[in-house]
Design a protein around this ligand. Sequence first.
Ligand SMILES: Cc1cc2nc3c(=O)[nH]c(=O)nc-3n(C[C@H](O)[C@H](O)[C@H](O)COP(=O)(O)OP(=O)(O)OC[C@H]3O[C@@H](n4cnc5c(N)ncnc54)[C@H](O)[C@@H]3O)c2cc1C
Length: 292
Amino acid sequence: MRGSAEGHELVAPGNLAGVLEMLAAAPGEWTPIAGGTELMVAHAAGRLAAARLVSLWGIADLRFVDAQRGGIAIGAGTTFADLRAHEVVAAELPLLARAASWIGSVANQSRATVGGNLVNGSPAADSSPALLVYDAEVELISVRGRRRMPYSGFHTGYKRNALAADELLYAVHVPRRFTSHRQYLRKVGTRKAMAISKVALAGTALLGDGEVREIRLAAASLAAFPTRLYRTEDALKGKAVAGDTIRAARSALLAEVMPIDDIRSTAAYRRRVAANLLEEFLLELTQGEATR
Ligand SMILES: Cc1cc2nc3c(=O)[nH]c(=O)nc-3n(C[C@H](O)[C@H](O)[C@H](O)COP(=O)(O)OP(=O)(O)OC[C@H]3O[C@@H](n4cnc5c(N)ncnc54)[C@H](O)[C@@H]3O)c2cc1C
């Protein structure tokens, strides 16, 4: 059944303080709506449960990319078109810039926000693997103040997260220390554009004396929410990347991931492709300097 505007209320205070006051006055009563590319699809399909919506669209305090010496802060209301156009993001966070270019169509990218992508919490969210391997932190805000936490701890279950009922996601903070790392991101979907991932794998790695000094791996569509692959990372740290290590890392990944069968793919396919993507990244580490 298609949705109707009846039964839904939309309020747009137009500034951050006004939104936070509304959330504080009636925690859990109001659902924030940013670009609306998730919520309006749910509405059109007649499955938008939220009766009261408070708009974040057009709030300048949420839409910024601020590159400081210590890190790059990205406001939750920043669109993926904004990210694609940002020179520092392109130069220093190429995986995030690439993920931004994959999200839906160009039209979608001019509405879809980083905050909406993370709070929606799809296991297949495209910005998540890149942010996870860049060690991003999220900043949450309410009238009670602000708090920061590692993005890796933000998702707590399928479409569940650490936000309290009166909080908004305010910003994502990414450290500026990954330019010397080898980087990898690949999304496997039904087609190159306008396709949700069947599997995605991201990686950043620092090699020294032929060994893996640091490695971060993250995946989408391989668990109930986008996750770091810590046990697979452990199988690689301090090791030279060669046949035995690659085989051990593949085994570690297959033991760590928990994909499901759904309309887009099967668990068996996802496991096999994920292991192949990992091997592709590791083989790239043994060759040239290319960043994928
Ligand atoms: C045609 C189409 C193609 C798509 N393709 C892709 C794709 O390839 N990859 C992909 O990852 N996604 C895709 N999406 C999904 C969607 O565009 C993204 O998830 C987008 O980033 C959502 O952002 P939004 O601002 O539109 O979210 P909204 O729809 O406005 O909100 C989504 C959720 O986030 C909450 N929310 C938003 N901002 C905040 C905040 N600051 N604080 C607290 N809660 C907040 C809302 O309450 C809601 O629960 C697609 C969607 C469409 C319609």
